[in-house]
Design a protein around this ligand. Sequence first.
Ligand code: GLC
Ligand code: CA
Length: 547
Amino acid sequence: MVDPTNRNDPFWYRTAVFYAVYVRTFADANGDGIGDFRGLTAKLDYLSWFGVDCIWVLPMYPSPLKDGGYDIADYCDILPAYGTLSDFTEFLRESHDRGIRVITDLVINHTSDQHPWFQESRSSPTSPKRDWYVWRDTDTGYSDVRIIFTDSEPSNWTWDDTAKQYFWHRFYRHQPDLNFDNPEVQQAILDVASFWADLGVDGFRVDAAPYLVEREGTTCDNLPETHAVLKRLRAHLDARHPGTILLAEANLWPEQLVDYFGQGDEFQLAYHFPIMPRMYLALHEQNARSLIDMLRRTPDIPPNCQWGVFLRNHDELTLEMVTEAERAAMYEAFAPVPRLRVNVGIRRRLAPLLQGDRRKIELLHGLLLSLPGSPFLYYGDEIGMGDLPFLNDRDAVRTPMQWSPDRNGGFSRAERDRLTLPVIEDPQYGYPHVNVEDQQRQESSLLQALRWLLTVRHRHPLFGLGSLDLVDVDQPAVLAYLRRHDGATALGVFNLSAHSQSIHLDLMPYIGISPVDLVGGAVLDRIDTAPYTLVLAPYGFYWLGLG
Ligand code: GLC
Ligand code: CA
């Protein structure tokens, strides 16, 4: 159960566990083969049992679904297949009743080309909405801007036969960018945020945050003008909907990322993109080096802010924030065949990335849940779901949630060929073997192990609020750090290698204390003047309470 005292905490997001849901493939209540809000609502007891504090709902708006719903055709409604607005508000109410908050995706950089704004904009040069998008007579502008969807888009400009001009798009060509230099566009987006905040949504993940404004002669990333728009959105929410949080999706190095917190007046949360691939890299290299470098490189953030940390999400495992050599090593290790790659990343789920190795999956969660930041979990990873690499684009990692060994994994009672995406049936990851129902029954399941980690984390606010201090270790395969808050201290120790490790730590400031294994419960030997010896199993880890 979620700690009810958390309900009135204005900084709840600093200790919260987030859980991403793709409504389309989570749970289908009406049996048409497509997930829906009534299905999701029926699973809230499960999410509450598991320990989720906040659900992040991937885009649920009317959309042609050419980009998983990140191509929005109407900002103020629900995709009919997912239900109605009243199904959505019912879901919100039921979530809040359980102490679970809800954030949604605010995709404002672009719309679908099916959005009426774009239809109107393209219809005539004199349309009042012409200037709502970025139109040019040539495709030569902003030539310093990189392409994000490298696999499918040769240019950020596409010719529109109706408009007889080129339009600007940072993503797919069916996703024209809104023109944030136009004050009407800015106002329209504030109105959209208000619409959902008025319904009771607790916050927004701002998709593609760095790309809002364009300026010639720049990369068009992270422009001061873009930060100004984002600060305006925050000021609007603070004034009209106090407590509504903003989370930045900005795939950047830490030095640029911290700008998105502003002086505590822009985003409350931002994903820490660079730390993510390094958790995998460290495992692959059996060496903590790259993680230590990145933790050292991560600047302090304003006290009302928090990092969002994650292992996987609905996109490819992006390799933009590693060096070229590291990228090559990671492709080789985790995606040896082209089918597993997309754009600059890997389209695989957590469990297959880790060869289905329980020890590695738990180790990475041990890291994730104790690093500075609020953890973002991706639906299905808690039971070790697999992926379907033959599916198009990132659908590979968006297959239906596996609830039970029943037909369609309990996702839907529709005929199999009517499912919006196929369920996984292979011997290793298929729903007959990997599903919630079985893992809830088995004490020793991955689901139960992760649920226990969430429980332990909830008991110790220092994991969300504490400072971080790296501890020197005499074995390069082991990472160790102290988290401290309000007089409490925990020591995290992680063995990234396939071999057991005996390590020695200097814990002089803690002499006289007997560390407590916060996960297993055992009391360990007292710390004295000599270096403290710990033995770690292959891929083993400890969260040790030091008082
Ligand atoms: C974000 C989303 C991704 C989407 C893109 C374009 O990166 O996470 O799924 O394709 O924005 O909206
Ligand atoms: Ca349905």
